[in-house]
Design a protein around this ligand. Structure first.
Ligand code: PLP
Length: 576
């Protein structure tokens, strides 16, 4: 039989119980471990649920749940075979319309899809460039465009071009090769820090635009949260009116985003709601000064208090406000929150500010600054790669090589305009905003149809329709037909005007008001006719672009159709 040294009966007596007891110990330990892991898991869910409930309230949570279900059901509906083909057909029509509008074809338009075999002569090139410059386009010079071109005077354009020509090969990544560009960049940052009352410790960087400045501020806050508090699931809390760049940052850097309502009548972020959404994962609070949609400055002093008491960074988005915000008081206008200590680094909780030198700083496009309270915060946005086979590498922001010419253009703009120039420009811009605002509030035709959103103090004025028979999007489309480029807003439906220097010309601003009156009157007449003919008070489907995008597609609970339209638009941009 077996070669065991012990008889079977003895083996079982001595060995088996030992194995069993060891196994039992192991199983006991495993059970304890399992229970601990389960408890931790449960705790996590409970903690998250608690934060969710505290942040949104019971009713708010139910509303969110309802919206989610509604949206999911709608997505399923949209994907039903019959519905889907109908939607696709409509999308094709919309795409075709977009192409016809954006991509001119026909006689006189040459398309170049391959390198010319023989180099063009400069003469040939000049002729073609002039033809391109003469392409049919919106005349921003006449002041009919909201935002977009902030200055546009020929003398400024000339000096910018001169500066850019001198530094067209410069690249600040080679600071030793291009010392002048390094100097100008550092000086731009220093001057902007001073305008926003940065402390001695203040630091900043230039970027390619407001979006990059915001991306950098969000990245810095996320890295700080990880380095100092080991936050692995970062969250940030922004006003619903904060710029889309914060959504981009959340998406790029995997930061969970909470958007907080900005309720009427002031349209400022609800600070109590912000407080309730703060939890141990919060890495950043945000306020705008002012926001893009309504031109409203959030309650920065109250946000600063929250930031200080919870020890969380606070970013103030002054991309749009740029040099108008620090010039308001000097131009004789009320400066937001002046009595509570201001909107900038004077507030102790403010840790970063984004300022677009390419907006009301009047620099060439492709310029912005991100400012920090101290160098450590700036360091969190840096990228350093010590092990690259191409050499030890470091860069301050997203780009590697950067256009030195743009820095020279920015520096030259700031030096040639100076404090006095910015104060004068602020005076013109804010006065024009006031003229438009007062017309909307006082003109007999406008007064009973439109209403200004909140109390805008800077360069933007937004309004909505208070007449249920008139859609604000039809007014936007009516203005487009009269060659005005205003901006449509959603939630609530509205239209805004961002006043820039070309619009401050009296003929431009008066033309705007006259056309607005005419368009509103037209819509009123149409509504009256409809109601007289026994039609509904509320308007049906509208035809214009704004009305379709916001009124029709935008009112659907699921945004896939809007998304597909945007993708089609972006694709159209690259149609050669
Ligand atoms: C324009 C703007 C930005 C983003 O700026 P870009 O230069 O377009 O990237 C950010 N915030 C506000 C309030 C803006 O108006």
């Amino acid at each position: 039989m077996g070669s065991s040294p012990l008889p079977v009966s003895l083996q079982s007596k001595f060995q088996k119980p030992r194995t069993v007891s060891r196994l039992r110990d192991l199983k006991g330990n495993f059970n304890i471990l399992r229970n601990i892991i389960f408890a931790l898991f449960l705790l996590r869910i409970l903690r998250r649920s608690f934060w969710f409930l505290r942040g949104h309230g019971i009713i708010g949570s139910i509303v969110l749940l309802y919206r989610h279900v509604h949206k999911t059901a709608y997505t399923v509906f949209l994907n039903l075979p019959g519905v889907r083909s109908q939607v696709s057909r409509q999308l094709e029509i919309a795409k075709k319309e977009m192409e016809d509008k954006l991509v001119p074809t026909g006689p006189g338009i040459n398309r170049y899809l391959q390198l010319p075999k023989e180099p063009w002569t400069h003469e040939q090139l000049r002729t073609e460039l002039e033809a391109l410059a003469a392409m049919k386009r919106t005349r921003w010079e006449e002041g009919k465009v909201s935002g977009a071109v902030y200055h546009g005077e020929q003398s400024l354009l000339d000096i910018q071009s001169e500066a850019m020509k001198l530094f067209s090969v410069a690249n600040p990544i080679h600071a030793d090769v291009f010392p002048a560009v390094r100097k100008m960049e550092a000086e731009v940052v220093a001057m902007v820090l001073a305008m926003f009352n940065a402390p001695e410790s203040g630091a900043g960087a230039t970027t390619s635009g407001g979006t990059e400045s915001i991306l950098m501020a969000c990245l810095s806050a996320r890295q700080k949260g990880f380095a100092e508090r080991r936050i692995r699931q970062p969250e940030m809390i922004i006003p619903s009116t904060a710029h889309a760049a914060f959504h981009k940052a959340a998406s790029y850097f995997k930061i969970k985003l909470h958007t907080v309502d900005c309720p009427a009548p002031e349209y400022m972020v609800d600070v109590n709601r912000v407080r309730r959404l703060i939890n141990p994962n919060t890495v950043l609070l945000v306020g705008s000064a002012p926001n893009y949609p309504h031109g409203i400055v959030d309650n920065i002093p109250a946000l600063s208090k929250l930031a200080v008491s919870y020890k969380i960074p606070l970013h103030v988005d002054c991309c749009l406000g740029s040099f108008v915000m620090p010039s308001l008081a000097k131009a004789g206008f009320p400066s937001p929150w002046a009595d509570e200590g201001g909107f900038d680094f004077r507030q102790p909780g403010v840790t970063s500010i984004s300022v677009d030198t390419h907006k009301y700083g009047f620099a060439p496009k492709g310029n912005s600054c991100v400012l920090y309270r101290n160098r450590k915060l700036r360091e969190y946005q840096y990228f350093v790669c010590p092990e690259w086979s191409g050499g030890v590498y470091g860069s301050p922001s997203i780009a590697g090589s950067r256009p030195g010419a743009l820095i020279a253009g920015c520096w030259a703009s700031m030096m040639s305009i100076g404090e006095k120039g910015y104060v004068d420009a602020t005076h013109k811009i804010v006065s024009t905003k006031l003229t438009i605002e007062n017309a909307v509030k006082e003109h007999p035709v406008l007064r009973e149809t439109l209403s200004v959103l909140g109390h805008p103090l800077v360069s933007v004025v937004a309004f909505e329709s208070v007449d249920p028979a008139i859609s604000i999007y039809d007014i936007a489309d009516g203005m487009s037909r009269r060659q005005w480029h205003l901006n449509s807003l959603q939630d609530p439906p509205g239209v805004h005007v961002a006043v820039t220097l070309p619009m401050t010309r009296p003929d431009a601003v008066n033309g705007l008001i006259d056309d607005l009156v005419a368009v509103v009157q037209e819509e009123k007449d149409k509504a009256l006719e409809r109601i007289r003919a026994g039609g509904p008070i509320e308007k049906g489907k509208a035809k214009g672009t704004s009305a379709q995008l916001y009124g029709v597609a935008g009112s659907l609970p699921d945004k896939t159709i809007v998304k597909e339209l945007v993708v089609a638009y972006l694709d159209t941009l690259y149609k050669a």
